[in-house]
Design a protein around this ligand. Sequence first.
Ligand SMILES: NC(=O)C1=CN([C@@H]2O[C@H](COP(=O)(O)OP(=O)(O)OC[C@H]3O[C@@H](n4cnc5c(N)ncnc54)[C@H](O)[C@@H]3O)[C@@H](O)[C@H]2O)C=CC1
Ligand SMILES: O=C(O)[C@H]1O[C@H](OP(=O)(O)OP(=O)(O)OC[C@H]2O[C@@H](n3ccc(=O)[nH]c3=O)[C@H](O)[C@@H]2O)[C@H](O)[C@@H](O)[C@@H]1O
Length: 431
Amino acid sequence: MNVSVVGSGYVGTTVAACLADLGHDVVAIDIDQEIVDTVNAGETPIHEPGLPELVETHAGGRLRATTEHDALTDTDVTILAMQTPSREDGSIDLSVLKAGTRDTGEALAEKDGYHLVVVKSTVIPGMIEAEIEPVLEEASGKTAGEGFGVAVNPEFQSQGSAVEDFMQPDKLVFGAEDERAFGALHELYNPLVEANDGVPVVETGQREAAMVKYANNVFLAGKISLINELGNICKEFDVDSYEVADAIGLDERISERFLRSGVGWGGSCFPKDTDALRAAARSVDYEPQLLDAVVGVNDNQPRRMLDLLAQHVDLAGNRIAVLGLAFKPGTDDIRGSRATVAIDGLLERGADVAAYDPVAADAMAEKFPDVEYVESAAAALDGSNGALVLTDWDEFGALDDEFETMADQVVVDGRRIVDPREGMTYEGLTW
Ligand SMILES: NC(=O)C1=CN([C@@H]2O[C@H](COP(=O)(O)OP(=O)(O)OC[C@H]3O[C@@H](n4cnc5c(N)ncnc54)[C@H](O)[C@@H]3O)[C@@H](O)[C@H]2O)C=CC1
Ligand SMILES: O=C(O)[C@H]1O[C@H](OP(=O)(O)OP(=O)(O)OC[C@H]2O[C@@H](n3ccc(=O)[nH]c3=O)[C@H](O)[C@@H]2O)[C@H](O)[C@@H](O)[C@@H]1O
């Protein structure tokens, strides 16, 4: 199939490269010239394991990039993968997606024959009919369901394992209102379904598909907040919450995944999607009490880390090592990272921060230019009066003698990654 992907960010680039690898001819369309040049040079605009190999293999062949939306007229399917960020009140800001949808619609005006527009961006149920389809109709001069189809196809890939998640999905969710749209989606995903024998394909309505995406994310965020609350209580009772989690995870109804307690969840989507669903609920006069608590527990975890550290070290005027800036290992993304909250709190309390991350320091330097960024965990620890561990990069688990160079060996671990040792004052956040 000939496929266009509008928006070549974290999701769009991965989807475009994977679909090219599955045998489709793909054009990635982005307004950012630098991204387009990078992809066409066979390189990746983002840090994502496995992606460089795919882009290098297919760029110039089955994968190309352009800033021209007209390129989509040569394709059968257009996937919209633009950002849907939060507004101040938590609701989603559709302006970028709508502008890109207009560009898409204008190009569609020139297209002969049926075309499927697939919304992969995360949007609240109802917004497709109310805000996206009308823009496509107006810009293209065509009618949805006739001149073109619209489908919702949420993406469940995680950063750091996006390629693997796309190529070996737990499920595919197709939301559409007519058979032609379902047919085109089946054709698009056929190579993936063939490669993943038995992968469930859920066919449902547009609204349900949109809600599945939010439900999936808030359920996982809620699971982590629940284990964090249990973990906080465990800590007070001198109970190792990881032993408790290992045991309850054996119950298949609970499952062992997403039971790692600590400093909490960040990222580009858990915070945005929980906020968006809370705002959507309030817009229809429903008070989302449990979702509010899920966010409340998460907001508190970095504060609890600072309080624990402050029990052992005077933060004002002392050097504190911050190990890990990315919101999770395997990515350079700092959106919603717990480290941003922790650094904010440390600076507020007058600490001198020495921060280290293997790939995310440049991004954090844009946010906190006055913090000292160092080249290794060892350099961050050297002379420090305390350390906070905020991302579970494997290399932090391998640290050993490096702790001996600290002025005061006080480590508060928010990810259960450091091995406590003799001479170290070690505090686990939830154990
Ligand atoms: N980041 C993730 O792992 C996941 C994100 N999502 C959802 O997917 C959507 C995209 O997220 P990300 O990839 O993280 O966003 P992103 O911000 O990394 O990428 C969006 C891209 O769209 C481009 N763009 C903006 N306007 C455009 C236009 N008019 N024409 C062409 N390109 C345009 C931007 O330049 C940018 O490169 C969001 O709705 C997000 O909630 C869903 C699953 C996973
Ligand atoms: O919509 C999205 O963008 C994506 O959001 C998450 O993926 P992602 O945010 O990339 O990463 P996760 O592995 O889910 O981790 C999110 C946060 O939860 C934290 N986490 C995760 C698991 C756990 O047990 N404990 C825990 O604190 C991580 O450290 C991280 O800060 C979902 O897992 C994806 O399915 C979804 O597609």
